[in-house]
Design a protein around this ligand. Structure first.
Ligand code: SF4
Ligand code: SF4
Length: 451
């Protein structure tokens, strides 16, 4: 018998241990005496029924050869799926912004404002490149009926002065049957309601950040003259929801707002009455951007704190928690199959970012930063093969430390930008580890309290 190394054992109580398969998410509670037999490879002393269950759920293989063959097939299958992953595109109509948030890393970059090229013409050029990329994809993998998504971001894309450009992006997307989502600060959203109503079937959602109740938010997400933006943003969120527009509300969490999250939860429940058009989530900041590292909360400590706050205030359940192993753990508790990964995110797959200055990027973090661009698309279309391939090849089969890591099918090499928001030394060839051991244990044990 061969026991896979991709297993997490978690002490559940005196008599029981939780056993998790880190490849497929199979999870079982076993008696401690069985656990002791398993970790000491004394399989001939284990009950036949348990053994056959362990084989079926792929904790165990009949031999190392069988395990190696299984992994080879699995890796090939994931590689094929990730190579032909549905392309997604981000377009940046302008780098201008009406806010001056304290942690915004884009402020460190020198690319500001719009381009010399007429912004409507630039949308045509961007969509021309998107068509070319789609053509290559379709030639290689056939036509796709999958949802092709265009994300509009900035700077702040929904500035009042961008209205015509954004409308033209919607027109072009609709023509191709693509879906749009938008990352916005929400300040000028009221000027866009008619447009969104006109393109209801093209717009999927708008993501807006609110960092806490008014007193907290207004210290962080401020106008250039120092005024806070909370009241305006909340009014615009209400307006959007009234018009049936889905708002994904992001809360950037650090040491300065974590304790006030229950207050924000209360405000959201009171104002929006658990509307299905409002989906708030918590994101524990990994990097402080321009504001430095002093307020970053260690993820494990942050997770424990958030669970503790939820115990005291059930309204905290309104927040989805985007912790690192979230997809994996959700698949366990929702009893859904887990899709293992070799790559961390779209940057290492078919994601392309086209800005208003004719730059191409792969990673969101690199937007506006010359060091991270992988090519240009105007006046000629020229991609830097070395840089593009560095992104495509960033997977757990290539990075030596990841090859042997038991969390690789959950992590997929990690996000190289997460720890480098405020510097220029992002190393995309190296691993970007997260302490999955600690995080998985903490979240599973917290969730089991309610299970
Ligand atoms: S910031 Fe990280 S997760 Fe986001 S696109 Fe870049 S590499 Fe991927
Ligand atoms: S980045 Fe670190 S945690 Fe992630 S797969 Fe690689 S070695 Fe494992």
């Amino acid at each position: 018998m061969f026991l896979i190394k991709e297993i997490e054992f978690i002490d559940y109580n005196e008599n029981e241990v939780i056993m998790i398969n880190l490849i497929n998410g199979a999870t079982d509670i076993i008696e401690r005496n069985v656990y002791n037999l398993i970790i000491n490879n004394r399989f001939n002393e284990i009950d036949d029924e348990i053994l056959s269950c362990m084989l079926e759920r792929r904790y165990l293989f009949n031999s190392k050869k069988e395990y190696d063959g299984f992994l080879e097939k699995l890796d090939n299958r994931i590689e094929m799926l990730e190579k032909r992953a549905t392309p997604n595109f981000l377009v940046v109509p302008s780098y201008a912004c009406n806010l001056h948030c304290i942690y915004c890393y884009e402020q460190t970059y020198m690319i500001k404002g719009t381009t010399n090229i007429d912004s409507i013409k630039m949308v045509d050029i961007q969509f021309d490149k998107i068509d070319k990329i789609m053509k290559v994809y379709e030639d290689n993998y056939g036509r796709t009926n999958d949802d092709i998504r265009i994300t509009i971001m900035g700077g702040e894309p929904l500035l009042k002065c961008n209205l015509k450009t954004v409308e033209y992006i919607f027109e072009q997307a609709k023509k191709r049957n693509y879906t749009i989502d938008i990352v916005s600060n929400g300040v000028d959203l009221n000027y866009y309601i008619d447009l969104f109503n006109k393109y209801k079937n093209t717009l999927d959602h708008i993501q807006i950040t609110v960092d806490g109740v008014k007193e907290i938010h207004d210290k962080r997400r401020i106008f250039h003259d120092g005024r806070g933006s909370f009241d305006l943003i909340m009014e615009n969120i209400k307006l959007a929801i009234k018009n049936n527009i889905l708002i994904i509300l992001r809360v950037n969490v650090d040491d300065t707002n974590i304790n006030e999250l229950p207050d924000l939860a209360n405000v959201l429940v009171k104002e929006f009455n658990n509307s299905e058009k409002l989906k708030p989530y918590l994101y524990l900041l990994q990097d402080g951007g321009c504001s430095g590292e002093q307020n970053i909360v260690n993820e494990k400590i942050g997770i424990e704190k958030i669970f503790e706050l939820e115990e005291q205030n059930p309204n905290m359940a309104i927040f989805r928690k985007k912790f690192h192993p979230e997809n994996f753990i959700e698949s366990i508790f929702n009893d859904e199959p887990y899709q293992p990964v070799l790559r961390h995110c779209g940057a290492a797959k078919n994601q392309f970012i086209l800005d208003c200055k004719s730059n191409v990027y792969k990673c969101w973090h690199g937007i506006g930063n010359n060091d991270y661009r992988v090519g240009i698309f105007y006046p000629k279309y020229e991609l830097n093969d070395e840089k593009i391939n560095a992104w495509f090849n960033r997977n757990v089969k290539v990075i030596p430390k990841c090859k042997d890591c038991k969390y690789r099918y959950i992590c997929g090499t990690g996000c190289p930008a997460a720890k480098h928001m405020s510097d220029d030394n992002m190393d995309i060839k190296g691993p970007s580890c997260v302490n999955y051991d600690e995080l998985i244990k903490t979240i599973i044990l917290e969730k089991m309290k309610k299970f």
